[in-house]
Design a binder for this molecule. Structure first.
Ligand SMILES: [Zn+2]
Length: 168
């Protein structure tokens, strides 16, 4: 079992979403697969800890390995959600919270937003059109390996914990 194959699928997913929803304008982040107690994904677009030897700095999008057992559309939703954060960081539109700016950007880029508590718009889903697009673009895509734990879902766990962090 090679994790690199799963990672490549995430990179491909990022590229396709970037081309389709952002005209390819998002700078490529380093995509990682890392365990977190509650977050399905996160985006560090401020500190940008990743560097290359030429002095470049890169954002990071992390994906929880437990998410990889879920339907591909759910992984796509988390990726797109984190890409909205990246878009906001890259264009200095807001501080990374799930505020009104996040809501507006999400709705402009293929997501549906449900309010989750006061002034929080962290809960997103793919719009029907986006879900259709994902299905057409990645007809039989799935992740072959994953970390166990979220087979029965994850959104309700996160709602209970009130947790989902992005940026740092
Ligand atoms: Zn978020």
């Amino acid at each position: 079992m090679k994790l690199s194959i799963e990672l490549y699928k995430l990179e491909l997913l990022f590229d396709e979403l970037n081309n389709h929803f952002f005209d390819g304008e998002l700078n490529s982040p380093v995509i990682t697969i890392q365990l977190d107690a509650y977050a399905a994904g996160w985006c560090d677009g401020v500190i940008r800890r990743w560097r290359n030897r030429q002095g470049g700095r890169f954002a990071e999008i992390g994906v929880n390995p437990k998410l990889l057992c879920r339907p591909f559309s759910e992984v796509a939703e988390v990726m797109l959600h984190e890409m909205i954060h990246l878009f906001i960081f890259q264009n200095n539109l807001s501080d990374g919270s799930h505020d009104k700016t996040f809501k507006e950007c999400s709705e402009a880029h293929g997501l549906i937003v449900t309010q989750a508590g006061k002034q929080s718009y962290k809960r997103t889903d793919l719009s029907a059109t986006t879900a259709e697009w994902v299905k057409e673009k990645f007809p039989s895509e799935k992740f072959d390996i994953y970390m166990y734990g979220w087979e029965d879902g994850w959104k309700s766990r996160m709602d209970e914990a009130g947790k989902e962090y992005n940026g740092t």
